[in-house]
Structures are given as C-alpha cells and as structure tokens.
Design a protein around this ligand. Structure first.
Ligand SMILES: Cc1cc2nc3c(=O)[nH]c(=O)nc-3n(C[C@H](O)[C@H](O)[C@H](O)COP(=O)(O)OP(=O)(O)OC[C@H]3O[C@@H](n4cnc5c(N)ncnc54)[C@H](O)[C@@H]3O)c2cc1C
Length: 346
C-alpha cells in the first residue's frame, strides 16, 4: 500500500528545537513496504530524502526541498535468550523512553541509565546515545536496516556499526544510506547497577537507597534529568549542543596548568575528555543570549529556543561560543546535532 505523501508540511512541531522550517514533502511510514514506496516516489521525482526520527537531534536552518521520511515502525518483543542475555527487538518508530520503561516492566533491566532521552529507537544507534556511564553500544546486539540506494535489507552487528563517542557507521559515507528498521538489544540476565556518576549517587543517597533496584536508578536518572535539562515541551532545545572534546595527554596537561579547575575525565586510551559545558561556562556564555537564541542558565551545554528563534540564530550563537572557547582554551568544539540546510558547514 502506498503511504500518504503530504506537501508543504510544518516541521517545527516534529522537532524539539521548534525553529521554523517546512518540508516540501513529508511521509510517515508505518512499515518497511511504506518506506520502500516513499523512497520510490522520491526517486522517481529526483528528490532528496531526509530521514527524521523524533526530531530531538536536528537543527533546521532552512526549509527542506525534498521528502522528509519518518519511519514509524512499531513493535517490541523478546526474540531470544542465551544463558547470559535476553534479546529484545524494538521497532525504529517506538519512543526511546517508552522502550526503556517497557523493558524494565518486563523484568529485563539494563537500559535504565538511558531513561528520558528523547527521540525514537531507530535514531539511538546513529550517535550511539549515552548518559550516566552507559552507551547504547553496551546493550546492543544487532539491527535491521534498509539500504535506501540498493533496496537491500541488511543486518548489522555491533562491530559493523562501528560505534564510538556520539558516532557510528551511520554518520559516515558507507552507512549514510541505511535506514534503521529495528534494533535488537542484549540485556544482561545478571544485572549490576551502574551508579558511578556523582549525580546519580547523590540522588540515590538523598532517597536513602543503598542497594538500588533497576527501577530506583530509572527514577533517579529521570529526577536528575528533569532538574538539569530543559523540558523540550516547554523550552525548545536539542540537549547537548556540543560533543565533549577529547584531547591528548600533553594538551590536557598544558590546559590544566593554565586552568587548575579544568573539568575532565581520563579515557582508557590515555586521552582526556573535557567537559564542554565547563569550557562554555568559563567563556562566559552560561545563561547568555545572542539574538533570539539562549544558553540554558542551568546547563551551558544546552542552547535553547525560548521562542521566536530561527535555526540561523541558534547556529550564530553556537558559532560565537566556538569562537570564544577556541580563543580562550585553543579547543575546537564540535556540534553534536545534525544541522540541515545551508549553514551546516559552520
Ligand atoms: C532534552 C534532551 C536531552 C538529550 N539527552 C541526550 C543524552 O543524554 N544522550 C544522548 O546521546 N543524546 C541526547 N539527546 C539527543 C537526542 O535525544 C538523541 O540523539 C536521540 O537519539 C535522537 O533521536 P530522534 O529520534 O529524535 O532523532 P532525530 O533528531 O530525528 O534524528 C537524528 C539523526 O538520526 C537520523 N535518523 C533518525 N531515525 C533514523 C532511522 N530510523 N534510520 C536512520 N537514521 C535515522 C536522522 O536522519 C538524523 O541524522 C537529547 C536531546 C534532548 C532534546
């Protein structure tokens, strides 16, 4: 069955930043067949196709002249188990947070540190989402994807996804044609709490919980996130706007000598991850506005659209922050979200 293709669609309500942008064409595809039909429709008209999930990691600086395709495949099921793991498959169009909560309710914990991350399951592998000491790759088994150029359906295991820090094969030329249809998680039968992050430890202590159950961590993560991050339903944002830069040991030592309070975390490869939020704060941007865009007062890593900002305003603010952090620390900040439109080379 052919899916409905809509024309001249407002994208602001389909994204968490809520800046104005329109799609020349838009299609919500509920099945693989509908995705294929929508791709055929676009190809026959020579139109580019942009895949959209929950729109929580996208900045539109322009209207989109092609087809915006939103895979909304549903479904979640236990598809197998080994001595050590449950294998759980979830459709790309399921909301990420709902999937996390559902796995917990089934008695298959392991994703609770990633609670309340906005967006859909299909987008989670794209930047290998992570929070509070856990990354998607830690619970990943495989995924099903459709190659939009060849029409081939493929299965990718963890190695094939080449997960890195906010990175995967899907952000590189050999993976860009893949549309994720479903993700299969490997959830450990022997569950261990991951409470290494100070925010979580403190939240559990405040709740007088010494031996947390998975649900306790889920609740603690939600409480911390609600306190620290702006709710996109209230203030438009895409979460962290910049990746935490990773520098070599010599650069780190040099920076630390000049800035004894530098916030950083050692990596297993000897390098150091710098807290981008701290750098932005030190550069004086926390809570500041430039035009209609603003840096969140409680978390300098989050750029917001308090109302009335355009994508270009957000990118101008990002550019000013990058310039000042570069001047003060000699460190280049790299944007985390996908920028769609003419300014994406900024
Ligand atoms: C308040 C807030 C907090 C956040 N916190 C975190 C956090 O803690 N950790 C973190 O990692 N991220 C975080 N994010 C960023 C964001 O939620 C994640 O990156 C999320 O996975 C994006 O999902 P989405 O469905 O909204 O993707 P979208 O923004 O719609 O798309 C993101 C990218 O994925 C591609 N894509 C989407 N679906 C598919 C698919 N089915 N197949 C192929 N490609 C696809 C898109 O083309 C685009 O390139 C946060 C965002 C917000 C607003």
């Amino acid at each position: 069955m052919s899916p409905a293709i809509q024309t001249d669609v407002d994208l602001a309500p389909l994204t968490t930043l809520g800046v104005p942008a329109r799609a020349a064409h838009y299609c919500a595809a509920g099945s693989e067949d509908e995705i294929r039909a929508a791709l055929d429709w676009a190809h026959s008209r020579d139109l580019p196709v942009l895949v959209l999930g929950g729109g929580s990691n996208m900045v539109f600086v322009d209207d989109y002249a092609g087809l915006v395709l939103q895979p909304l495949l549903r479904g979640r099921a236990l598809v197998g188990e080994s001595d050590s793991h449950y294998l759980v498959r979830v459709g790309a169009g399921e909301r990420w947070h709902d999937a996390v909560e559902w796995t917990l309710a089934q008695g298959w914990p392991g994703l609770e540190n990633l609670a309340l991350i906005p967006g859909n399951v299909g987008a989670a592998p794209i930047q290998n989402i992570g929070a509070y000491g856990l990354e998607l790759t830690d619970r990943f088994h495989s995924l099903e994807a459709l190659n939009r150029r060849t029409g081939e359906r493929v299965t990718l295991d963890r190695a094939a996804c080449r997960f890195g820090y906010r990175d995967s094969v899907f952000k590189h030329p050999d993976g860009r044609d893949l549309i994720v249809l479903s993700v299969c998680f490997a959830l450990p039968k022997v569950w261990l709490p991951m409470t290494g992050y100070r925010d979580i430890t403190e939240e559990l202590a405040a709740r007088h919980i010494d031996t947390p159950a998975p649900r306790d961590i889920f609740d603690a993560v939600i409480a911390v996130r609600q306190r620290k991050l702006p709710d996109p339903a209230v203030v438009g944002n895409v979460g962290s706007f910049f990746k935490n830069p990773v520098v070599d040991a010599a650069t780190h030592a040099q920076l630390q000598a000049g800035h004894p309070k530098l916030v950083s975390h050692p990596q297993t490869d000897g390098r150091f991850k710098l807290a981008a939020g701290w750098l932005i704060d030190q550069a004086g941007w926390k809570g500041k506005a430039l035009g209609a865009a603003r840096v969140h007062p409680a978390q300098a890593l989050v750029l917001t659209n308090p109302g009335g900002a355009r994508g270009a305003d957000i990118m101008a603010l990002a550019q000013a922050i990058r310039r000042d952090v570069q001047a003060q620390f000699g460190v280049a900040l790299e944007p985390e979200p996908i920028v769609v439109g003419a300014l994406d080379e900024q």
